[in-house]
Design a protein. Structure first.
Length: 90
């Protein structure tokens, strides 16, 4: 089982969300982050996640997406840090 499967329990998809998003801008940015990730545009996914985290610094989903995007970009330290925050805030 690879790291991404472990993070998402082998069943979750990056496009699935369990959070209720009330801010329309944040919701749009989170959706764009998911889509960028799905398209393999990890740098753009990072940017969208950073915008979400500027609006809501404890957004677990933004940390999770950013963490996996960082992992894909070979930033293991940044990925681990973001995934720890994701677990902390979920």
């Amino acid at each position: 089982m690879n790291l991404i499967s472990k993070i998402f329990g082998g069943k979750r998809n990056i496009s699935q969300s369990t959070e209720t998003v009330s801010n329309p801008l944040m919701s749009r940015r989170l959706s764009e982050a998911r889509q960028s990730f799905k398209n393999g545009d990890y740098q753009q996914a990072l940017l969208h996640c950073e915008e979400v985290l500027n609006l809501e610094p404890m957004n677990a989903e933004a940390y999770r997406i950013r963490g996996v995007a960082r992992y894909q970009l070979k930033d293991a330290f940044g990925a681990a840090e973001d995934l720890q925050y994701s677990l902390k805030f979920s």
